[in-house]
Ligand binder design. Sequence first.
Ligand code: HAM
Length: 424
Amino acid sequence: MSKTLQAIRGMNDLVPAQTAVWRVVESRLADIASQFAYQEIRFPIVEQTELFKRAVGESTDIVEKEMYTFTDRNGDSLSLRPEGTAPCVRAGLQQGLIVQQVQRLWYTGPMFRHERPQKGRYRQFYQFGAENFGMPGPLADVELIAMTAQFWQSLGITDAVHLEINSLGTPAVRQQHREALVAYFEQHRDQLDEDSQRRLSTNPLRILDSKNPAMADLIASAPALSDYFDEVSTAHFTQVKQSLDTCGITYRVNPQLVRGLDYYTHTVFEWVTDKLGSQNAICAGGRYDGLVEQIGGKAAPAVGFALGLERLILLLEACDKTPETSAVVDVYWVCVGDAAVQQAMQVAQTLRTAIPTLRLVVDAVGGSFKSQFKRADKSGAAIALILGDDELASQSVQIKYLREDKPQKTILFSELEPCLSRYV
Ligand code: HAM
């Protein structure tokens, strides 16, 4: 026998028991997004590598070491999307959705990063994201945060997550801060680990994100971004905080929150949980006012977030809040003889047309009544229909209630529709 092939490490199958839960969760998220007037957009899984280099940043971990990049048959460098914001902006621009108007978009689908797999961290993972274009003010930031708060509320996990926010200010503020940071860390170069020494010339802000305990004191005393804030940066962040207060959304300001992607300006935020170990960020995002122009469009303000669906589902499990999924089958049709199966198939088809939500299976495996009833019971169906020679002759069927204490009865085919409608 040949060797069984396995999925790629860090890339998971989802079996029906899982997809049923995912569907409930995804549709809940989509419903809430549409409550906020966000509309779905779909874009390809593969884009030009250049897009991510320009948007996410050449010196970020994602672009430097995590992208699945390959040369296609035309010799172009392409990458599997590691995130959705850059392609969303690219698609929004290409389709004329972002020009001089407010646009609210959401998306969902797989993203790819070559990270070290562990619980909550995968190489193919799913995000649900939303992006808002054309609203420069802090209310757009709060609108998105409010949407995410609504997700947790709807899924019953508000108590399991908390919101961290920070502001990265305007690009000018960041530049001044960057210079001050480089000067400070240069002075203490001997205390930096290898990774941070490298980042000093490529992406010094990311040193602040280091989890190395040996550098904790050094990082704590580093020049704070907020010390360089101009009026615009201060006003934007103050209004975000005030507005969150008004909406009753609690948060913690975390000056260490800098995010791993280069495009952010002003507000950044993360919803974190202490129930999932080290992969604790469920949802993250922020404002990225410079990105649309950077990708080649006319400058437009923008803000968005993405949540990790695997992490959300893991969190629901940890909180014992996995949503109920409905039975797969409502009605299971047991038949004796070929003619009965043929007739049942035909009637079943008219019933499915008449009752669109009806989930009906005709047993096509056959065998004894006993084995068919075993399958009917296992299917979770509420009702079994029985069709044998006698019933076939009289164009009727016997109804057996599998989950209720009700007597079996015989009804005509023509009475099936009103009878079964009550069970869906
Ligand atoms: P991100 O922080 O890289 O941001 O990812 C967002 C979320 O995706 C994370 O909080 C996490 O829940 C999930 N996630 C990330 N990497 C993995 C992984 N390897 N395995 C499982 N889940 C993962 C972005 O992607 C930005 N595009 C968010 C954004 C949208 N900012 C503005 N608009």
